[in-house]
Design a protein around this ligand. Structure first.
Ligand code: CO
Length: 655
């Protein structure tokens, strides 16, 4: 029997080795050659590719499918669909799943490999139905992992259920390179014996078992396996196609692929790799210890770049030790998106913050509440209680609780969306999508943007004159306002006050014995008269002129500020509590784009009350007040990046 091969170079390989940074322009020149190889499919799209396109590459992910499709006429294009999570990190309502699948098929996806991180088949029902409706190939996955509760019998049960749901083929998805050649043989044999549909093996090279696992799978009768071009193989990526083709040459399982042609393609990828300065797949000891810690390739790459971002790469070893502990406590979820983020993120905070479960990302809370599906084993009761208290987790299919609201979500981005694809992009990654669309618009407007920038520079100077309400330009309450995006941005000179200015300001106020202070910085000129919270107070003046805006919220309580400044002058200003960012990330004032802010200036907060979100490592981390008090100042704008230790809020503690 002649096994077929799926080439993952355009998706999983660069996701595993290059943090998914391959660009469409890097792919185009070789597509027609790839199309001639005779692959079963080309995997070229999926969650991370989608995310990275709009977050880092400024590329439209939908356009990438169309471009590839225009060059690849014969070989089916394949995407990885995260079940009910689509290409995101959380469950979406059924209408979103249908719309996304329809659009993907329309753009050119032929094979949908669908998986659920928890192997909860309820989460695959709707995505599979959606794919079947388009007439495309629905490949359902059994996620392979090691744990006391994951047995071959259990995988078979899963696979039989998926076949009943209409799977056109079944993929054994070993995202961590954990499947040994002999288990591969047993599992594939079992599946071939009990199932009627083709079996596909997906594994990762990591510690080197992948080549053996593929060969033994072939012996057991696997129909298709995944590999990639040599320059993007090895390490945490797929096994090299050249090696596997050669290993099977001249046997009854000869793939029939032209090795010489494969090397010509490999030469092309080697050039791309060098030109871009990307790394080769290398198995480091820490990666090989996957046999121990079970952290999958993509997740390791992510942990490395995320720890780098947190300037804590030296804690990698501790994080890799924490991962299995957290995983066991959370009921042995397989480490694949999005549960890899759930376990990985929690593990990083447990290590970096020096206290386990001190910060629990929203996604981890949702997982414990049952919103990702059923955990493979029960969650540790003590940990569950620590995270959600006495709350009862849900037991239904999570998406049953989600209202179809794609239509309403569309309204939120009607100002920038230009197509059905844009709406889908926005649904998946609202904040990133908005930034992406804003940038696209700016690029297209080209010179139109220059005078606006100039104007903003001008208007940075303090001006007493009233200005229009900023929220008029911001459609939808709570919509994310992007810095430098709206013309209204120009009218926020009081926010130009940066942290250093505020510190200096407080220091001068509290030290000075004079009545009047002038503090000047390059960007700010604030004039405060001690004891007169009147016309001369720039906060108050601004507040009167701009009611109803977020900025105005910051100034409407100006009397309180000036009162405090009075007190400060008397010497107690030092009592203000600084809430600092415990991590590097992006600051958000609201729990979601369409939600009101957690707190505003003047809000009284209780101990443990959420103040903001910092998005880090693709997780939404709620930052809580450590003691009760009143918010005096919010020092960061919505959507702005924050550094570790950066002051976010000033709080006057309750006496
Ligand atoms: Co993979």
């Amino acid at each position: 029997m002649r096994p077929r091969i799926t080439d993952t170079t355009l998706r999983d390989a660069h996701q595993s080795l290059w943090a998914t940074r391959m660009r469409t322009e890097d792919m185009v020149p070789i597509l027609e050659e790839l199309d001639k190889v005779g692959y079963w499919s080309l995997e070229m799209w999926g969650g991370a590719t989608f995310d990275v396109c709009i977050r880092y590459l400024n590329e439209d992910p939908w356009e990438r499918i169309r471009v590839i499709k225009s060059h690849v006429k014969n070989t089916p294009l394949q995407m990885l669909l995260r079940g009910q999570n689509v290409v995101g990190y959380t469950n979406y309502a059924d209408d979103v799943v249908h719309a996304f699948v329809d659009k993907s098929a329309e753009c050119g996806i032929d094979v949908f490999r669908i998986f659920d991180a928890l192997n909860d088949t309820r989460n695959l029902e709707v995505p599979m139905k959606a794919v079947k409706k388009t007439g495309m190939h629905a490949q359902a996955s059994v996620v392979y992992t090691l744990s006391p509760v994951h047995t071959n019998e259990r995988y078979l049960e899963n696979a039989l259920r998926l076949q009943d749901l209409g799977a056109d083929s079944i993929c054994i998805k070993d995202m961590a390179g954990m499947i040994s050649p002999y288990v591969s043989y047993e599992l594939v044999s079992l599946f071939k014996e009990k199932l009627d549909v083709p079996i596909h093996l997906h594994t990762h090279y990591i510690g080197g078992m992948a080549i053996g696992a593929c060969l033994k799978a072939v012996e057991a009768g696997v129909d298709i396996f995944d590999a990639c071009s040599g320059p993007l193989a090895f390490g945490s990526s797929q096994p090299p196609v050249e090696t596997l083709v050669r290993a099977l040459q001249g046997t009854e399982h000869d793939t029939g692929l032209d090795l010489h042609h494969l090397f010509e393609i490999a030469n092309y990828w080697e050039d791309v790799r060098r030109r871009r300065g990307y790394e080769r797949g290398v198995t480091r000891l820490s990666a090989m210890q996957v046999f121990d810690h079970q952290v999958p390739g993509g997740m390791i790459t992510n942990l490395v770049s995320q720890l780098e971002e947190q300037k804590a790469l030296f804690r990698m070893k501790d994080v890799l030790e924490e991962v299995p502990r957290v995983r066991a406590e959370l009921g042995y979820p397989p480490l694949v998106t999005p549960t890899s983020q759930v376990v990985g993120g929690q593990s990083v905070w447990n290590v970096l913050l020096g206290e386990r479960y001190k910060i629990v990302p929203q996604e981890v809370k949702a997982y414990v509440r049952g919103y990702y599906g059923q955990s493979p084993a029960p969650i540790d009761q003590a940990i569950q209680h620590l995270i959600i208290g006495d709350e009862e987790p849900i037991t239904c299919r999570p998406a049953d609780l989600l209202e179809n609201r794609f239509g309403r979500t569309k309204e939120e981005i009607a100002d920038l969306a230009e197509s059905e694809e844009d709406y889908l992009t926005y649904v998946m990654f609202p904040q990133t999508a908005r930034k992406f669309f804003e940038h696209r618009k700016k690029m297209r407007d080209g010179e139109g943007q220059a005078p606006l920038e100039g104007l903003q520079e001008e208007e940075r100077l303090p001006r007493p004159a009233p200005k229009p309400a900023a929220n008029q330009a911001t459609p939808g309450a709570g919509a994310i306002r992007m810095p430098k995006a709206h013309p209204s941005q120009a009218s926020r000179e009081d926010e130009e006050m940066n942290l250093e200015d505020v510190k200096e300001f407080i220091r001068l106020i509290s030290e000075s014995e004079v009545n009047e202070l002038h503090i000047e910085t390059a960007e700010m000129k604030v004039k405060i008269k001690k004891g007169t919270a009147g016309e001369d107070n720039p906060f108050k003046t601004a507040g009167k002129s701009r009611p109803g805006t977020v900025e105005a919220d910051a100034v409407e309580t100006a009397p309180a500020v000036s009162d405090r400044l009075d007190v400060a002058a008397a010497g107690s200003m030092a009592n203000l509590v600084e809430v600092v960012a415990p991590m590097v990330g992006t600051f958000y004032q609201s729990p979601a784009p369409d939600a009101p802010p957690f707190v505003e200036v003047g809000s009284r907060v209780k101990e443990g009350q959420a103040l903001c979100i910092i998005e880090a490592m693709k997780l939404m981390n709620e930052i809580e007040a450590e003691s009760p008090g009143e918010i005096i100042k919010i020092l960061v704008e919505n959507g702005q990046p924050v550094e570790y230790g950066q002051v976010l809020f000033l709080i006057a503690p309750e006496a």
